[in-house]
Design a protein around this ligand. Structure first.
Ligand code: KG4
Ligand code: ZN
Length: 338
């Protein structure tokens, strides 16, 4: 099955074409305009998507070497995300569906991240899987017993872990997005230099809280001399990162043990993080869990992951209608309940 996917939920405009589990083309344009504001400006994101969507889909089609007649179906992110940004993709796909006479489905962005991981796996998928979903907007632990079947075990009560990275980086004067910057600097630092708090570690539930970590950094920096901050920037980054990642690793392992998982997977932008990947690798080797790491390109937002999740729906006969809307607060639900 050949599927064209489109993703416009935040600040990446992306189109991709996949054939089963193979990516034929994947075009991702990250909107640079937001970096000067230290975060995504929704109205600017919508306008940039409108400008970029047609040339990016044309490029994806050209790079795949295919013709519209070869495409079996279309997939688009319908939520969660910024409503104006989502509407650009949803309306574009509705129009394309009429003009190309192809069926289409709306896909949950989180589900897309999960399938961005599964797209990276070359052998047969082994369920049950505990998925840790970590992005700029989400921090959740999800149990997957089969394709398109999700049980949300826990999620963040306040900030997402990617948000903690981005806000932390802003406090440290590192710019947006902060995750990759802290990740790189942390490599040269001492992770035990500052003891930052690890929230909700002493209960065996799977909820997270990251707003306290950011506040702890704010308080720590307020009392620190500018010179000290400069000298110890890498140490502060390493300590902050260790506090953020330790909670993720511990809770994921606990969930895997409790629900008898065979496999652990990570998905979303923060799944690109070096410490998270390395730490989970060591733990999974010791405990004999298979570890599914997504290729780095399929961690942050991209349309290949949306096409891959859409393919699972299309092949089970799911079709959306021209009445499809965008859903900014959509939660992850199992098929066929949505
Ligand atoms: O999945 P994504 O592209 O967008 C959302 O759906 O939110 O994730 C973006 C997030 C940002 O918060 C960014 O700082 C974070 O992923 N991120 C990282 C790394 N690369 C991206 N966080 C930690 N380490 C990284 N290497
Ligand atoms: Zn995302």
């Amino acid at each position: 099955m050949i599927v064209l996917g489109v993703e416009t939920s935040c600040d990446e405009t992306s189109a991709a074409i996949i054939k089963d589990n193979t990516v034929l083309s994947s075009i991702i344009s990250s909107q640079e305009i937001h970096s000067q504001f230290g975060g995504v400006v929704p109205e600017l994101a919508s306008r940039a998507h409108i400008r970029l969507i047609v040339p990016i889909v044309e490029k994806a089609l050209k790079e795949s070497g295919l013709d519209p007649n070869d495409i079996d179906g279309l997939a688009v992110t319908k939520g969660p995300g910024l409503v104006g940004a989502l509407l650009v993709g949803v309306n574009f796909i509705k129009g394309l569906s009429v003009s190309w006479q192809k069926p289409f489905v709306g896909v949950n962005h989180i589900e897309g991240h999960i399938y961005g991981n599964l797209l990276s796996q070359k052998s047969e998928i082994r369920f049950p899987i505990i998925f840790l979903i970590v992005s700029g907007g989400h921090t959740q632990i999800v149990l997957m017993r089969n394709h398109l079947q999700y049980e949300i075990l826990g999620k963040t009560r306040d900030d997402a872990v990617g948000e903690a990275y981005d806000k932390g980086a802003k406090l440290l004067g590192l710019g947006y997005p902060g995750g990759p910057k802290i990740d790189i600097l942390a490599k040269q630092g001492n992770p035990d230099f500052v003891k930052f708090p690890r929230a909700l570690m002493n209960n065996d539930a799977f909820d997270f809280s990251y707003s306290g970590l950011k506040t702890a950094l704010l308080v720590y920096l307020r009392d620190l001399h500018e010179k000290e901050k400069e000298i110890h920037l890498a140490d502060i980054c390493a300590s902050y990162q260790k506090a953020a990642v330790e909670v993720l690793v511990k809770k994921t392992l606990l969930a895997a043990q409790k629900f008898g998982a065979k496999t652990i997977g990570i998905a979303g932008g923060v799944a690109a993080n070096t410490l998270l990947r390395d730490w989970l690798k060591i733990e999974c080797d010791q405990r004999k869990y298979e570890l599914y790491l997504p290729d780095i390109v399929y961690c942050t937002d991209n349309a290949a992951m949306i096409a891959r999740a859409g393919l699972e729906h299309l092949k089970r006969g799911k079709r959306d209608e021209q009445t499809l809307n965008a859903f900014p607060s959509l939660i992850l639900q199992s098929f066929p309940n949505h």
